[in-house]
Design a protein around this ligand. Structure first.
Ligand SMILES: [Zn+2]
Length: 656
């Protein structure tokens, strides 16, 4: 079934049903009449001025069609793709409300800080609202458990429309029509999945002129919120082929960062071919990868139905290590067009931005996507077969040291996802850090894939599940919600098995150590060796760290020696090390990556211990780490049986 309501849908007809669906906590607004003009005569207008985005100010002017009486306006709170109440309300200056030039008083709801109550005076049909969203000054955009957006640098900007608008309570976002426009710094380029207004361009590859308003066609609020706009000074567009067409739109902080090799361009074209071969159908009218390359905004990826908002470190195209570390990002976000946007867990398919989301099936939404992102990266050549195996080893190793899996089940990690996304990375191993349900679920989907392949003697695989669950017929963007039973039924239709018990056991169990069954079934053995894998090194370079979790039991920053996380039971844990300390010296020598490697390879095996001088809370301490091993890194070693990872990573689309 489609959760989308056609444009111009008369909201009044749906209100009775909507009240039944809405949990009590969010009906606060439904108690008073909704003074939104009906039946949708004019779209609401949101005009964004992004000319000051580089200095951290995004301005919006709204014209909202209303009828007189009490009205509750909401600032978007639960943002699709973020699975959490991520609407950046602490960065919001406003609203300033007015009608016909006369300011209107409003009052924030006593229980819901995202709701504003106002009385629309008699005779007023348009309410005007002015908002500003003020940027976080640092790339690490999480402040006191609330997301603080960092959406722009001096040379690029992202406009996430839900950050810059208000909408009336009690009306599904499918039933609201908005027309958006944006004013950009002169000469900047732009792209968005939004349809252009008749006569204007859909993408600003040529650059906008000073004072020009870029205007888009009216769409539902659902579609607007799902159509982030990217703008930037230094720009590159690349046609990736496909039918419907897929385009790559890149903005970077410096022109030299846009220098993508011919091989990488070809790999992204193959990504489109491999994804469409995997699913056998598409659910977009056209698709745009929006990609920023900057060190000023936290790396991230936010999926949309007809686009994705990809955020990578500045040198992701020109540094081979960072390119490898980012190789599955676009593959992951593209997969979401099928798994997450088209097929969506019922608890995440909410009718507006106010209804809380339930993350109970994120092990499908994110876990399967994480697995397919790596598989598609391998099939398209973005990762070599060896790098694909390294990546599997890396995520298995993360699960291996996350001893928090002994108290927090996979089910609890996804149930608690709205909190975990804001969790600090310190103490990650004890807590289970924010995103480790992605990785654990990916290993379990590998296990499911190998199980189907072995039981069907190679005739069927998880590819068949993807075609059945996410594929034909091709459609325009729409949402088909599913529940646990639907996942079990689709797996059973591919390969009869007790999939309900399979998943229930894995979702509920408390078990130390990584789930390695899928790796073993694929003909490989997880082991620690003294050689860092290509992908281990790639991620160390990307993160500016030395990752010693598997030997000494901590991660140390190359920028200042800050120590994050301490693996329970590790030598660092036994010596009483705490996250937040800074490493000063090793065995009496000033700390550096080289000194650390020398100590691990020669001094530790000889002395059976290492002496670290650390600083914490302005005090210095020497910690004696009981460790006699050398370097220790996760790898996959070939074992008995068929090499199923090799089979899984082989391209479907041909042409290689
Ligand atoms: Zn995702």
């Amino acid at each position: 079934m489609s959760a989308r309501v056609p444009l111009g849908y008369f909201w009044g007809a749906r209100r009775a049903a909507a009240r039944v669906l809405y949990p009590a906590a969010v009906v606060l607004a439904a108690g008073c009449a909704v003074s939104w003009a009906a039946p949708a005569p004019e779209p609401a207008q949101v005009s964004v001025d992004a000319r000051e985005a580089p200095r951290g100010i995004l301005k919006a002017h709204l014209r909202l069609p209303v009828t007189p009486g009490p009205l509750t306006l909401l600032y978007p709170k639960w943002i699709p793709g973020r699975h959490s109440p991520a609407g950046p309300i602490t960065s919001l200056a406003g609203p300033r409300l007015s009608a016909a030039g006369v300011p209107l008083a409003w009052r924030r709801d006593a229980l819901e800080p995202y709701a504003f109550h106002v009385d629309v005076p008699a005779g007023v049909s348009v309410l005007e609202a002015d908002l500003e969203v003020l940027t976080a000054p640092a790339p690490d955009g999480v402040v006191q458990g609330l997301e603080a957006p960092r959406y722009a640098t001096e040379s690029l900007a992202l406009v996430e429309w839900p950050q810059v608008l208000l909408y009336p309570a009690g009306v599904p976002t499918d039933a609201l029509s908005y027309q958006a426009s944006v004013r950009l710094p002169a000469g900047w380029h732009y792209a968005s999945a939004l349809p252009a207004l008749a006569g204007s361009s859909t993408t600003g590859a040529a650059g906008v002129s000073a004072g020009e308003d870029v205007r888009f066609a009216p769409v539902s609020l659902t579609t607007l919120g799902d159509s982030t706009l990217l703008a930037g000074r230094y720009w590159r567009s690349l046609d990736l082929g496909g039918s419907p067409a897929v385009t790559l739109q890149i903005a970077a902080d410096r022109p030299a960062l846009l220098d993508m090799s011919a091989a990488t361009q070809e790999h992204y074209r193959r990504l489109v071919q491999e994804a469409t071969a995997l699913f056998g159908a598409t659910h977009y009218a056209r698709y745009q990868f929006l990609w920023i390359l900057t060190d000023q905004i936290m790396p991230d990826g936010i999926e949309h139905h007809e686009s994705s908002d990809n955020r990578s470190p500045a040198r992701a195209l020109v540094d081979d290590n960072i390119r490898r570390a980012e190789a599955n990002l676009l593959a992951h976000e593209y997969t979401h067009s099928w798994n997450g946007k088209f097929r969506r867990p019922v608890g995440l398919a909410t009718p507006d931005y106010e209804i809380p989301m339930r993350g109970e099936l994120l092990w499908v939404y994110e876990g399967l996507t994480e697995y397919l992102g790596d598989v598609l990266a391998a099939r398209s050549g973005l990762l070599t077969q060896e790098e694909f195996r390294d990546e599997i080893a890396r995520i298995a190793a993360q699960m291996d040291v996350h001893t928090g899996r002994g108290w927090r089940s996979l089910q609890d990690s996804v149930d608690a996802a709205p909190l975990l996304y804001y969790q600090d990375h310190n103490w990650a191993a004890r807590l289970r850090r924010q995103d480790d349900f992605y990785q654990e679920s990916a290993l379990l989907w590998l296990e499911a894939d190998t199980l189907i392949r072995q039981r069907s003697r190679g005739k069927r695989s998880l590819d068949d599940f993807c075609r059945r669950f996410h594929g034909a017929p091709s459609t325009s963007p729409q949402v088909q919600p599913y529940d646990f039973d639907a996942v079990v039924a689709a797996l059973n239709a591919v390969e009869p098995y007790d999939w309900r018990a399979f998943w229930n056991e894995r979702l509920q169990r408390l078990r130390a150590g990584a789930p390695l069954e899928g790796i073993r079934a694929a003909g490989w053995r997880f082991a620690y060796t003294d050689i860092p894998s290509i992908m281990h090194t790639a991620h160390e370079v990307e993160d500016h760290v030395l990752n010693l979790q598997y030997s000494l039991g901590f991660v140390v920053s190359l920028d200042g020696g800050g120590l994050s996380d301490v693996v329970p039971g590790s030598p660092a844990d036994q010596a009483g090390m705490a996250p937040g300390s800074h490493l000063v010296a090793i065995n009496g020598h000033k700390w550096s990556a080289d000194v650390m490697h020398e100590a691990l390879t020669s001094e530790a095996p000889a002395q059976k211990s290492l002496h670290l001088l650390v600083e914490k809370d302005d005090e210095y301490r020497t910690l004696d780490l009981p460790y006699g091993g050398g370097e220790r890194y996760p790898n996959l070693l070939r074992d008995a049986g068929e090499d199923l990872l090799g089979v899984i990573g082989k391209p479907l689309a041909g042409g290689r």
